[in-house]
Design a protein around this ligand. Structure first.
Ligand code: HEC
Length: 134
C-alpha cells in the first residue's frame, strides 16, 4: 500500500513537472544566436518608415517606443524577438496599427493591402528562421 502511494506521488509530480517543462522546451527551439542574421529587407523598411517608424523609434515620445522600438529590434534575439514579431503580426493583421486616430489626420500613412502583405511575409520569414523546425 505504501509502495502504491509512493508510485502515485511520483507519477503525479512527473505530470506536474512536465506541464512546466513543455513551454521551457519550446522556447529552447528558438535559436539563441538568431539576431546575428537579422537585417530588415529594404522593401520592409520602406513600409515601416512610412507608417510605423515615426512613433516606434528611440527618440519618439509616449508609450509607442516602449511597446516597440524599431531601433532596438535588430539587436533583439530569441524569445524577445519572437514576441515582438508576433505583436507586429497581430497589429498588422487586425489593422490596429497605425492607430485609427492617427490615420484620420494622416490618411496617407495607412497601410495598403500590398504593404500589409510585405510586413506579414517578412514576419513569417523571420519566424521561420527563428524556429529550428521541430
Ligand atoms: C501615431 C503613432 C503610431 C504609429 C504610426 C504606429 N504605432 Fe504602433 N503603437 C503606438 C502606440 C502609442 C502604442 C502603445 C499603446 C498601444 O498599444 O496602443 C503602439 C503599440 C504597438 C505595438 C505593441 C502592441 C502590443 O500589444 O504590445 C506594436 C507591435 C505596434 N504598435 C506596431 C506598429 C506597426 C507595425 C506600425 C506600422 C504599421 C505602427 N505600430 C504604427 C503608436 C503608433
Amino acid at each position: 500500500m505504501k509502495k502504491l502511494f509512493l508510485g502515485l506521488t511520483i507519477i503525479i509530480s512527473a505530470g506536474i513537472l512536465s506541464a512546466f517543462y513543455i513551454p521551457e522546451k519550446q522556447s529552447q527551439n528558438i535559436k539563441k544566436d538568431s539576431s546575428t542574421s537579422f537585417v530588415m529587407p529594404d522593401s520592409v523598411k520602406v513600409v515601416v518608415d512610412q507608417s510605423c517608424y515615426m512613433c516606434h523609434n528611440s527618440n519618439a515620445r509616449g508609450d509607442a517606443k516602449d511597446a516597440l522600438n524599431f531601433d532596438k529590434l535588430s539587436s533583439m534575439k530569441g524569445p524577445a524577438l519572437v514576441a515582438h514579431l508576433q505583436n507586429i503580426e497581430k497589429m498588422v493583421k487586425h489593422s490596429w496599427m497605425p492607430p485609427r486616430r492617427f490615420l484620420s489626420d494622416h490618411p496617407e500613412k495607412a497601410l495598403t493591402e500590398k504593404q500589409k502583405q510585405v510586413l506579414l511575409d517578412w514576419v513569417n520569414a523571420e519566424n521561420n528562421k527563428l524556429f529550428s523546425g521541430n
